[in-house]
Structures are given as C-alpha cells and as structure tokens.
Design a protein around this ligand. Structure first.
Ligand code: 5GP
Ligand code: ZN
Length: 138
C-alpha cells in the first residue's frame, strides 16, 4: 500500500532522508523537521494508511507497542519530565501529512508548548446515551 505523492511513504522507503531513531521492516521512527520541542519524533507504519479510520488493528497495535519503548528512550535521552503522544486524523483535527503517524512530544515544565483545548461541560445523562450509542457500533 503506497501513495506516489506521500512524503512519509518516501521517508519510509528512504527516498527522502530523515534522522532515523528506530526502524523495523514495518515501522520507522524519525525526528520531526519542525519540532515542538527537542526530541519531537514521529512513528509511522511503512505501509500507507491515511489515518486511524484507515489503519488495521493489528498494525496499530504493533505500532503502539513499539511506541512504549521509543517513548522511554526519548525520555531518557532528552531528560524530559513528561511527553504528549499526539495523533491527528483529518484536516480539521490538524493533520497535515495524510499518512498515519504518532507524535512523541517531550515536555518540560513551563515549556510553552500549547496542546490544550477549552473544556466543555457534559450532561451525565447525555453522556450515558452517547456512550451507549457508540458502544453499539463497536
Ligand atoms: P501532522 O500535522 O500531520 O499531525 O504532523 C505532520 C508532522 O510532520 C509535522 O510536525 C511536520 O513538522 C512533520 N513533517 C512534515 N514534513 C516532514 C519531512 O519531510 N520530514 C520530517 N522529518 N518531518 C516532516
Ligand atoms: Zn504514505
């Protein structure tokens, strides 16, 4: 599965250089060219999946398993106190490269990295109904 014009497919195949952190036959982790913080890395499956709606559960499961090891290595090397794992799906959610990827964003106290959102207020009854409706679709 590949897309000719996909920059991450080209990185996966080594056609475009990247600062590679880790690589297996199926996955590649490399440093982001426009990092939010030092050590900001991206983990991709080498096959092209657009987003979380497209990727299969087995590939995603193996990717997240690898993510635990990568997160620990980045934490040890950068000395970060925390880390955001971010995964954007769709333009409205901030996705700019439409090849599934997981961000590792090392965090330091008062580093000014903004990943927040305004908090709403849920009605518990509405939440129960919505949770049930979603559950029926799984
Ligand atoms: P998104 O906004 O789709 O979740 O994240 C895409 C990320 O890919 C951005 O953080 C951006 O800096 C990074 N990026 C885009 N093009 C390249 C590239 O050619 N090489 C690397 N290393 N990172 C890239
Ligand atoms: Zn791709």
């Amino acid at each position: 599965m590949t897309k000719d014009d996909c920059i991450f497919c080209k990185i996966a195949k080594g056609e475009i250089p990247s600062s590679t952190v880790y690589e297996t036959p199926d996955f590649k982790c490399f440093l982001d060219l426009a990092p939010a913080n030092k050590g900001h890395a991206l983990l991709i499956p080498k096959n092209h999946y657009s987003n979380v709606f497209d990727i299969d559960a087995d590939t995603a499961g193996r990717l997240f398993s690898l993510a635990t090891e990568i997160a620990r290595a980045i934490k040890e090397e950068t000395g970060c106190e925390g880390m955001n794992l971010v995964q954007n799906n769709g333009e409205c959610a901030g996705q700019t490269v439409h090849h599934f990827h997981l961000h590792f964003i090392p965090r330091f106290k008062d580093d000014g990295v903004g990943l927040g959102w305004p908090q709403g207020k849920a009605d518990p009854e509405e939440n129960n109904k919505l949770a049930e409706a979603i559950r029926k679709r799984i």
